[in-house]
Design a protein around this ligand. Structure first.
Ligand SMILES: *[C@@H]1O[C@H](CO)[C@@H](O)[C@H](O)[C@H]1NC(C)=O
Ligand SMILES: *[C@@H]1O[C@H](CO)[C@@H](O)[C@H](O)[C@H]1NC(C)=O
Length: 249
């Protein structure tokens, strides 16, 4: 549910960006007017080349090219977790996430189930935000600020990618809906501020249940990765494949 809300926020941004872009599209043809970027054209199985290519892609993304939405820093508005047994609800709000631009490519996979394509990314993320903990029957939630380090978050992204010929006679990749699974190589570390009773109570609760941290780190990493894929979807709609892939028709 909550992740849905996060996606929705990203989608709204994406729609606005797309509309803005569509508006301008009638005036100018875009790729040719963009400043030249040193994009390596890679064979789809050349992982070292793709790693360099990913760096360039993140650079373009953070510079907002092609209407892409920068992801570093990124703000994730709200992520929550209900623990029915404990009658407790945790929420993170206004989370400022940094570090996504150094995401590394670990693996590229082809011919997965249903002809899908896959990619595995590894990221170290740093985040700060508000945390609140609500206990059933207690009128006021406990509030604090949290700083969290996520090291080695592995994102396994699978999607359908089809090649389509555009009206300009160029080939483009059209990316279908993605599926993202996150796995943490390490337990995230955190600290709470300020030094109050609220912080102490929240800390006790988190210490007791490691899955709380895992849940938050997975949701936030997934939100960032969905927005990376959305950006790539935008990019691949506008940049012909031959500019970034060596491929054979
Ligand atoms: C998010 O954090 C970065 C790095 O600390 C900072 O530069 C940026 O201003 C923050 N963004 C917001 C909206 O607070
Ligand atoms: C990633 O997900 C795909 C499809 O769900 C699965 O086949 C593959 O084994 C996963 N890869 C990793 C490294 O977890």
């Amino acid at each position: 549910m909550v992740l849905g809300r996060v996606h929705y926020a990203f989608c709204v941004i994406l729609v606005i960006q797309t509309l803005l872009y569509c508006d301008g599209q009638f005036v100018q043809k875009n790729y040719e007017t963009m400043p030249a970027v040193p994009f390596p054209t890679c064979r789809a199985d050349d992982i070292d080349c793709l790693r360099r290519s990913l760096r360039t892609f993140f650079f373009l993304m953070d510079a907002g090219h092609f209407g892409m939405q920068p992801v570093d820093p990124a703000i994730v508005n709200s992520v929550s977790l209900a623990l029915p047994e404990e009658q407790t609800t945790f929420a993170l709000r206004r989370v400022n996430v940094t570090g996504a631009r150094w995401t590394k490519l670990v693996e590229r996979r082809f011919n997965l189930e249903g002809g899908k394509t896959g990619v595995v990314f590894l990221s170290d993320l740093h985040l700060t935000g508000q945390i609140s903990m609500e206990i059933a029957g207690r009128p006021e939630p406990h509030n604090a600020y949290i700083t969290m380090d996520i090291q080695g978050a592995e994102s396994n992204i699978t999607y359908m990618g089809n090649i389509q010929r555009g009206l300009d006679n160029e080939d483009y990749i059209v990316i279908g809906p993605e599926r993202i699974a996150i796995r943490n190589r390490r337990i995230p570390t955190y600290f709470l501020q300020p030094n109050t009773e609220d912080s102490y109570i929240i800390d006790e609760a988190i210490q007791k249940k490691q899955s709380i941290l895992d849940h938050f780190s997975n949701e936030i990493t997934a939100a960032i990765m969905h927005s990376v894929v959305d950006n790539f979807r935008l990019f691949s709609m506008k940049v012909p494949i031959r500019h970034y892939y060596k491929y054979y028709k």
